[in-house]
Ligand binder design. Structure first.
Ligand code: ZN
Length: 333
């Protein structure tokens, strides 16, 4: 069997799950790939029913794929996180930033952010906005450093090359890294915000095959965007952040509540961005909902729903919640 039961809420652990009214199954781009690559029939997808947690309001499929199938889905079947890469390509090639309306400006005008952290996918949230604010914005410069970084990282891939080619590649790697460093130094505006990406390597998220031209997204983020990458399972409890951004990644972790609790306990503010669709597609084990904010408020977390305030034209149902365990939220629009 490739399915297993998830009888308790995957976020809060509650056993109080209720079947939702809408159990209609429709294929998506992702479920079509899963169906053909795993060689399964629609019957398998139709066995998955959508439940709503009466405590935290998330939506959850039950049964859903086993952990080892989940690894296959996110690392073999569609290993590349398309949107993650589209964001970085659009930014470095066309100067277009990830689309969050004017969220970045609103947060920076209202909060003092010197130490910023995000979870899991490096190019979905605000790291590219920070890069844009910290370097002279010239399209040629962006294009060049992106190419230098890709070439540096891929020139280290020398398996099966003849020794002469290996020596040539080694020289190339040194040259690209040197060029990258020099060009960044020259164009740096010295307004550096400390940036960390925390990863937890869950099999519910894109990991080892989230690559473009054989370069992994986290390696590129670390090399290019001045980000420190840290492992959630080894992180010190004393780490503190001004703002912690969670951009569509809570529902791609096997320990979502632990991640959110860490973010709330260790940060002045936490920004949660997530789906708020009433339909849960079958490629997801679970998803946040538009009522997730009620759960936070019930647990004495200060919350401000920014969804309607960030000047974004929405193509799908999404929520932006700014929250804090310790601070009042005063936002200037
Ligand atoms: Zn729950």
């Amino acid at each position: 069997m490739i399915l297993q039961h998830y009888n308790n809420c995957f976020f809060c652990g509650s056993s109080h799950l209720e079947l939702t009214n809408n159990q209609e199954f429709k294929h998506t781009f992702y479920t079509k790939c899963i169906k053909s690559d795993l060689g399964i029939s629609d019957k398998i997808f139709k066995k998955m029913k959508v439940y709503s947690c009466k405590n935290c309001n998330i939506l959850q499929n039950n049964p859903w794929f086993k952990e080892e199938i989940s690894f296959k889905i996110f690392n073999e079947i569609y290993g590349q996180h398309n949107r993650n890469w589209l964001n970085v390509l659009n930014f470095f090639k066309k100067g277009i930033k990830p689309y969050h309306g004017n969220l970045f400006d609103i947060l920076n005008n209202s909060l003092k952010i010197k130490n910023y952290c995000e979870f899991n996918a490096p190019f979905v949230g605000l790291f590219l906005n920070y890069f844009n604010a910290e370097y002279i914005n010239k399209s040629k410069f962006f294009n060049k450093i992106f190419n230098y970084s890709l070439k540096y990282l891929s020139s280290r891939q020398i398996a099966n090359y003849k020794s002469q080619t290996q020596i040539k590649k080694q020289l190339e790697a040194e040259q690209y890294l040197e060029k990258l460093k020099k060009l960044k130094q020259k164009n740096n505006l010295k307004k550096i915000v400390k940036k960390t990406l925390i990863i937890d390597n869950s099999f519910l998220g894109w990991l080892y095959n989230d690559n473009y031209k054989s370069v992994n997204s986290r390696a590129l983020a670390s090399n290019l965007l001045d980000i420190k990458i840290k492992n959630f399972n080894l992180i010190k409890k004393s780490e503190k952040y001004d703002l912690f951004g969670i951009f569509n990644t809570l529902d791609h972790s096997y320990q979502p509540k632990k991640i959110l609790d860490f973010a709330l306990n260790n940060s002045k503010y936490v920004l949660i961005y997530g789906h708020s669709d009433e339909n849960l597609e079958k490629q997801h084990l679970f998803s946040l909902s538009n009522k997730f904010i009620n759960y936070l408020v019930k647990n004495k977390i200060s919350c401000k729903d920014l969804t309607q305030n960030i000047d974004k034209k929405f193509k799908s149902k999404e929520i932006y919640i700014l929250c804090s365990k310790f601070n009042k939220i005063n936002i200037k629009f």
